[in-house]
Design a binder for this molecule. Structure first.
Ligand SMILES: *[C@@H]1O[C@H](CO)[C@@H](O)[C@H](O)[C@H]1NC(C)=O
Ligand SMILES: *[C@@H]1O[C@H](CO)[C@@H](O)[C@H](O)[C@H]1NC(C)=O
Ligand SMILES: *[C@@H]1O[C@H](CO)[C@@H](O)[C@H](O)[C@H]1NC(C)=O
Ligand SMILES: *[C@@H]1O[C@H](CO)[C@@H](O)[C@H](O)[C@H]1NC(C)=O
Ligand SMILES: *[C@@H]1O[C@H](CO)[C@@H](O)[C@H](O)[C@H]1NC(C)=O
Ligand SMILES: *[C@@H]1O[C@H](CO)[C@@H](O)[C@H](O)[C@H]1NC(C)=O
Ligand SMILES: *[C@@H]1O[C@H](CO)[C@@H](O)[C@H](O)[C@H]1NC(C)=O
Ligand SMILES: *[C@@H]1O[C@H](CO)[C@@H](O)[C@H](O)[C@H]1NC(C)=O
Ligand SMILES: *[C@@H]1O[C@H](CO)[C@@H](O)[C@H](O)[C@H]1NC(C)=O
Ligand SMILES: *[C@@H]1O[C@H](CO)[C@@H](O)[C@H](O)[C@H]1NC(C)=O
Ligand SMILES: *[C@@H]1O[C@H](CO)[C@@H](O)[C@H](O)[C@H]1NC(C)=O
Ligand SMILES: *[C@@H]1O[C@H](CO)[C@@H](O)[C@H](O)[C@H]1NC(C)=O
Length: 468
């Protein structure tokens, strides 16, 4: 009798506190350690390969393996089912190879027993490389060659974004930092003068200078000859100046087109998880989406989703092999078929700075400047759709592009059109031009107070976060 009551109590407890079930995951992954951008072609190094491979192993232990800590419901554990996963990367060697290295850890070789096929005539065949699994990596439309281009926005092909990022170079913030840091950059000359000439050693190249020194600090023992110049303080300054430079090229609160890279990733995450939902727990439905891409997609998403309100660390360039993760989950017991109602579906955002296996594990952060880390699916979609750019038409409108694939969405060209990009298009070029004019006006007004600004930014730049 007693034991029966206990059993009942346990049973009801297990209903009201049903264990969480992860239904689908979308992740956006940075490449592993690579050679410097300033010495193209950039290559994934052995260290970088190891990082992404370990990352794949970590996410296998989190989502894929039969004993995974947050096993994605219904996802094949050993032999990959292609329709359940989607992997993509731009046409870029570093990113494509990173994706491949990651997959080797996520779905490793299955061994002789599983990688064994019996033919009609009765003989058996073993898959090569101990059952190595072949997983296709789709090409993402933008971002080609991004690891070889010192300026990531050029890889976006988005007219208004490129214009908007360019506006940073005429901003008061840029102009004053350029001046106040010129002595600092000059002091780095002996370290970088084999790669950069005198006219390049300044804040304009903050990222590529950081990148070159960062790569040398990791790979080249000769860098120690410059330890007197490259003190920890100086290295920190080089990094935070690059962070500030890149964040401003990737995101600006009043010019949403600048963050096109993050806006498209946002749409891709929503679309993938929505496909997971609409497949309604069909065995072969999509469950795990993985995209590899460059750090500007991270930084522009951080800006758009107001993650900088959650932690000032989001102003920084994410480390190699960093990952943004969106987990779709439910706390309700799964019905015998299909999924629980949409009201019971939640999404949480996680970020892992660096390689999971060696340094950290993903941390949960609240999106959209709020406090909640578990967002109802519908609230998540509403928040993301405020800035997501998911269709070609939206992209063309945001970017102000009117030729090629975008020609079909261009409104009837006005004969007075003065620029090939300006048509009657809603919020196209006008925003970008407005930005240029705005920046110039601001600059003119501010020139008088330059001395004050110099002092202000000169001081601020010593701190980790320079943004006002
Ligand atoms: C990257 O690899 C290519 C060969 O594939 C080589 O030519 C190039 O020098 C390498 N880049 C660096 C920076 O080592
Ligand atoms: C492969 O399958 C065949 C037929 O089932 C079996 O006889 C053979 O032992 C298997 N090979 C391995 C390496 O497991
Ligand atoms: C069975 O078929 C495979 C593929 O056609 C062939 O390579 C193999 O020699 C055949 N085995 C026998 C015993 O006929
Ligand atoms: C958008 O316009 C820019 C500037 O004309 C051009 O360089 C880019 O290739 C266009 N992108 C697409 C996808 O057509
Ligand atoms: C770089 O700077 C060092 C120290 O100032 C100097 O000795 C060297 O000749 C310079 N190298 C080049 C390529 O300019
Ligand atoms: C510095 O290098 C850049 C790129 O190679 C070149 O365009 C520029 O003319 C050079 N400047 C000087 C002063 O040599
Ligand atoms: C390492 O740095 C030294 C001095 O800065 C340079 O001569 C050498 O070419 C570098 N080695 C590599 C592999 O980049
Ligand atoms: C500089 O940083 C390194 C690594 O973080 C640390 O090991 C070293 O002690 C620091 N040096 C000084 C002088 O603070
Ligand atoms: C999810 O997909 C369905 C079917 O394609 C579509 O009707 C719906 O609008 C999508 N929802 C979101 C939030 O994208
Ligand atoms: C990630 O790490 C880099 C380098 O340590 C740092 O600058 C950045 O702020 C970190 N970002 C987050 C979100 O923790
Ligand atoms: C789901 O359940 C976990 C405990 O199992 C709890 O920490 C979390 O807050 C719940 N989330 C929601 C959205 O109910
Ligand atoms: C970001 O969130 C903070 C805190 O909720 C809020 O004060 C701020 O206005 C938000 N910024 C944007 C651009 O939405």
């Amino acid at each position: 009798m007693v034991s029966r009551t206990l059993a009942l109590a346990l049973f009801s407890a297990s209903i009201s506190h049903a264990a969480e079930t992860v239904l689908g995951v979308y992740m956006f992954h940075r490449h592993g350690d690579r050679t410097a951008k300033q010495t193209p072609p950039a290559n994934l190094t052995d260290l970088g390969y190891t990082e992404v491979y370990h990352s794949g192993q970590y996410y296998r232990s989190r989502y894929v393996a039969s004993d995974a800590s947050l096993k994605i419901s219904g996802l094949n554990s050993d032999i990959v089912l292609q329709s359940q996963i989607a992997v993509s990367a731009p046409s870029d060697t570093v990113l494509q190879n990173s994706a491949q290295g990651f997959l080797q850890g996520l779905y490793p070789a299955v061994g002789a027993q599983l990688g064994n096929e019996t033919l009609a005539n009765g003989s058996s065949v073993q898959a090569p490389l101990n059952g190595y699994q072949l997983i296709p990596i789709a090409l993402t439309p933008s971002g080609g060659g991004s690891e070889d281009s010192s300026w990531l926005q050029s890889a976006s092909g988005c007219y208004n974004s490129i214009t908007s990022s360019n506006n940073y170079f005429t901003s008061a913030d840029y102009q004053s930092l350029f001046k106040s840091t010129s002595g600092f950059y000059d002091s780095l000359t002996p370290v970088i003068n084999r790669t950069f000439n005198a006219s390049q050693i300044n804040y304009k190249n903050a990222y590529t200078i950081f990148d070159l020194i960062n790569v040398a600090e990791i790979h080249n023992s000769s860098i120690h000859a410059f330890d007197n110049i490259l003190t920890n303080d100086t290295l920190f300054q080089i990094r935070t100046l690059a962070d500030h430079h890149e964040f401003n090229l990737a995101y600006n609160v009043s010019e949403p087109a600048r963050a096109i890279a993050g806006a498209t990733v946002a749409a891709q995450a929503v679309q993938y998880l929505n496909n997971t939902i609409t497949a309604n727990n069909n065995f072969s439905g999509p469950r795990l989406g993985i995209q590899f891409g460059a750090y500007n997609s991270f930084q522009s998403f951080f800006g758009l989703a107001n993650l900088t309100a959650a932690s000032e660390d989001f102003y920084g360039v994410p480390d190699y092999a960093s990952v943004m993760i969106w987990e779709l989950f439910t706390n309700t017991t799964l019905p015998s078929s299909g999924l629980p109602p949409q009201d019971d579906l939640y999404v949480r955002f996680l970020f892992n700075n660096g390689t999971s296996a060696t340094t950290t594990v993903p941390q949960v952060y609240p999106l959209f400047g709020g406090n909640a880390v578990d967002l109802k699916w519908t609230d998540f979609v509403t928040g993301m759709n405020k800035f997501a750019v998911g269709t070609t038409q939206q992209w063309c409108q945001t970017c102000g592009n009117i030729t090629g694939t975008c020609a079909q969405f261009a409104s009837t060209p006005s004969s007075s059109s003065s620029s090939s990009h300006s048509s009657g298009n809603s919020n196209g070029i006008s925003t970008a031009v407005g930005g240029v004019i705005g920046a110039m006006v601001t600059l003119a007004v501010i020139l008088g107070a330059e001395a004050l600004l110099l002092l202000l930014f000169g001081l601020r730049v010593r701190k980790k976060i320079e943004l006002p």
